[in-house]
Ligand binder design. Structure first.
Ligand SMILES: NC(=O)c1ccc[n+]([C@@H]2O[C@H](COP(=O)([O-])OP(=O)(O)OC[C@H]3O[C@@H](n4cnc5c(N)ncnc54)[C@H](O)[C@@H]3O)[C@@H](O)[C@H]2O)c1
Length: 252
């Protein structure tokens, strides 16, 4: 069975651990060692206090469910240690120079970096952009103001512009636009709305290109333990991990 190392033992880490089927989590690391120890105890796995020892452990791949900083700090070392790397904090790859750096590290180590679909659907066929060409992609995200740390009385547009500008103003909202940009192979126009009437994280993607046009709307329920994280995002890692061990894989 595939052996997985978990980098980050918070909300998503716990969800992955509680649904580990078709793979086994054998090594855990968190900057807060108590979190790794607590989760490891329930799994009968090993918690490491040192990242270097974690990366050197006998796992096939490392799943990052920690932070953009963790990807930047540890991504290259994971690949150099001979492990494939699943990146949840995909916002780290919005920086072109870091993306190129990680890509070169993966090529040199003959390892792969996997990016789960996360909080949206439709990344599979947005990849058509790399072949047929996509002319325009718009991402409109609507969240309850509380989850954005804001207080507004009515539906309000709080950001409109390029994804890389959105990172600076709302860094926690970059994962989805970064994943879409990587899939479509082009810049994404982002709108961020705060709406006190919604209790879900809503992502609407509009794409136009040689294939035709598409409109995708996902209304995500927040994760049971962390309202800032969509439940779908955690589940998407599980599907990716299961697919890696499956003889038949559905979807592009
Ligand atoms: N791709 C997507 O669509 C998507 C969706 C939701 C969340 N995310 C991202 O996934 C990540 C995890 O989300 P979560 O809800 O589990 O967060 P969380 O805050 O509940 O847990 C993160 C854990 O990682 C640990 N951590 C943070 N930085 C670390 C580092 N540098 N080294 C080691 N450990 C570190 C923390 O101590 C914490 O235990 C976040 O970066 C989040 O933005 C991505």
């Amino acid at each position: 069975m595939m052996r997985v190392g978990l980098l980050g033992c918070g909300n998503i880490g716990h969800l992955i651990a509680s649904h580990a089927e078709g793979f086994e989590i054998t090594a855990l690391y968190d900057q807060d060692p108590d979190r790794a120890r607590e989760l490891a105890a329930g799994l009968g796995a090993t918690a490491y206090d040192s990242f270097e020892a974690f990366a050197a452990s006998d796992v096939d791949l490392v799943v990052e469910a920690a932070s953009v900083r963790a990807v930047r700090t540890h991504g290259e070392a994971v690949l150099e240690a001979g492990k494939d790397f699943v990146v949840m904090s995909v916002g780290a790859l919005a920086e072109p120079s870091f993306l190129a750096h990680l890509r070169a590290a993966a090529v040199a180590a003959r390892r792969r970096v996997y990016i789960p679909s996360g909080a949206v659907m439709g990344l599979d066929n947005l990849k058509v952009g790399r072949i047929g060409g996509i002319d325009r992609v718009i991402l409109r995200t609507t969240k309850n103001p509380a989850s954005l740390g804001l207080s507004v009385a009515e539906r309000t547009l709080i950001f409109s512009g390029r994804a890389d500008e959105c990172v600076q103003a709302f860094p926690k909202n970059i994962n989805v636009s970064a994943a879409i940009a990587l899939a479509a192979g082009r810049e994404v126009e982002v709108e961020l709305w705060a709406d006190p009437a919604v209790d879900r994280n809503i992502h609407e993607i509009t794409a136009e290109g040689a294939f035709g046009d598409a409109y995708i709307r996902v209304r995500n329920v927040p994760s049971p333990d962390n309202p800032a994280t969509s439940y779908l995002a955690a589940l998407s890692i599980l599907v990716l991990l299961r697919d890696l061990g499956e003889p038949i894989v559905v979807g592009t």
